[in-house]
Design a protein around this ligand. Structure first.
Ligand code: PLP
Length: 491
């Protein structure tokens, strides 16, 4: 953006509405396609005609409603309670179940739900000076963020390189007297595998510790897949010892972004999640979640989406998605040198390459060049680099095209050969400490990789190869620096 008069956010004279919208549409043209089943991360598209329009209308109805005070806006409270009830019922709670007293809150997303699950667990144990949480390394990075924000120590548990699940004995061994929460994923985002929730919850319960099931990704698919006959292991409130569950409505409930639900087995478990403050001269404040002022837009849009799709809609979408997953997995199996890292058991297809001539990061770029947007995952702790596909219902009509595209991209990646970075750069990446990174060094690295203040380069294989060569702490620091270069004001 160079022409400030044209694109600045605060022009001297206001711009007519139609032109503003045109400008936004022009900016959006550079984005990855949110609809159409060719983007396998970030977005969840059911491909249902009219659903976007409904959600947008519902969003607009409530955009200016403030969730700060549920007594001032009972419409929002009613919709939140309905969303929590629906999520609880889907996940083994509510009247007539073994968890009749389930309560919950609507949050802005999975990360907020997880931070609040950790906060509730921490604040339930004010006697502990140094609380800790036990999280399999396949658990979402948001747990590390929660630990960091809340000053709780993180005890990671390794996962088996074949099953990609933690051993229950390792989870049990990681629990200490200071442990306030044990985590299981249903499923993990990276690989889409479901942790042994029943066993993990049992060891947590035996130690008197809360157990959170992160079903942010799978909580709105696994129940339907089970109804369709898939062998989904118990992972919800039917499992004794599970004390809280998170499920994101902006993922597989296909609601617009900004809505997740955090459920607790009973009100007592939820209580320490809340924050109240009356020790100031302003309004007495009570916040169930992190934000104080909250737009009603996402909540109304989620409510409209659930009501419109209904159980039959979600069941149908789950069946379509299940078949798409099977088709994509077959496409991977058909390409020499590629291997599924895990047999799909939910809605993720994750594969790796066994052939050193087939560089996965180059393959991802070749797929991008052909209009297919997949997500590369760096090698980590004995696990190989992999490619992640989040599969949604909108992918189904594309499956037949994906196989040939994958084969073609793999052939092109082989022909191009693996990324070769200058040996001195690789040596630097392997040996640098984050503290040794100077602004000059960062600027030089970024320029060398084509990362500047503009959009990211079309080909990211070199960036991914460099990041992969770096130890974890340096990876983090480089990411912060590179994104910091992007986040600069336009004047
Ligand atoms: C299992 C799991 N937990 C938590 C999150 C974080 O969710 P959000 O990006 O909505 O904060 C994700 C996101 O993909 C996830 O897959």
């Amino acid at each position: 953006m160079t022409d400030t008069a044209e694109t600045g956010a605060l022009p001297v004279e206001g711009v007519p509405a139609a032109r503003v919208l045109d400008e936004i549409r022009a900016l959006r043209a550079a984005d990855r396609p949110t609809h159409g089943g060719r983007l396998f991360a970030y977005v969840y598209d059911p491909g249902v005609a009219g659903l976007d329009q409904l959600a947008q209308a519902a969003y607009a109805e409530s955009a200016h409603v403030n969730g700060l005070d549920p007594t001032a806006f009972p419409s929002l409270l009613a919709m939140e309670n309905a969303l929590v009830g629906a999520a609880a019922r889907l996940l083994g709670g509510g009247p007539g179940t073994s968890a009749p007293d389930v309560v919950g809150s609507v949050t802005s997303g999975g990360t907020e739900s997880l931070i609040l699950a950790v906060k509730a667990a921490r604040d339930a144990r004010p006697d502990l000076a140094e609380p800790r949480i036990v999280v399999p390394v396949s658990g979402h990075a948001a747990f590390a963020k929660a630990a960091h924000y809340l000053r709780v120590a993180l005890d990671p548990v390794p996962v088996d390189p074949v099953t990609l699940r933690p051993a229950v004995a390792d989870v049990a061994a990681a629990i200490r007297p200071e442990t306030v929460l044990v985590v299981a994923s249903a499923p993990s985002y990276a690989h889409g595998v479901i942790d042994p929730v029943a066993e993990i919850a049992a060891v947590a319960a035996a130690a008197g510790v809360r157990c959170h099931v992160d079903a942010c990704f799978g909580g709105w698919t696994l129940p339907w897949l089970r109804r369709l006959g898939a062998p989904v292991p118990p992972f919800d409130f039917a499992v004794p010892g599970v004390t809280s569950i998170s499920v994101d409505l902006h993922k597989y409930a296909y609601a617009p972004k900004g809505v997740s639900v955090l459920l607790h087995r009973d009100p007592g478990l939820r209580a320490p999640q809340f924050f109240a403050y009356a020790d100031w001269p302003g309004y007495t404040m009570v916040n169930p979640v992190i934000a104080s002022t909250r737009s009603g837009g996402p909540i109304a849009a989620a409510y409209a989406t659930l009501r419109h799709l209904g159980e039959d809609g979600y069941l149908r979408l789950a069946a379509v998605t299940r078949d798409a997953v099977a088709g994509l997995a077959d496409a991977v199996r058909a390409v020499d040198g590629l291997r599924l890292l895990a047999e799909p058991e939910s809605t993720v297809v994750c594969f790796t390459a066994d052939d050193p001539e087939l560089d996965l990061f180059v393959l991802v770029d070749e797929l991008t060049a052909r209009g297919w947007h997949t997500q590369p995952q760096l090698a980590y702790a004995g696990l190989p680099a992999s490619v992640h596909l989040t599969v949604t219902a909108a992918v189904a009509p594309r499956v037949a095209e994906f196989g040939p595209a994958l084969a073609e991209a793999a052939a092109a990646a082989r022909a191009a050969g693996p990324v070769v970075l200058p040996p001195e750069l690789l040596a630097l990446a392997g040996s640098l400490t984050p503290e040794a990174l100077t602004p000059d060094l960062i600027a030089g690295l970024a320029a060398g990789l084509g990362l500047g203040t503009g959009p990211a380069p079309d080909r990211m294989a070199a960036v991914n190869t460099l990041l992969q060569a770096a130890p974890v702490r340096l990876r983090e620091r480089l990411l912060v620096e590179f994104v910091g270069l992007l986040q600069r004001p336009t004047w």
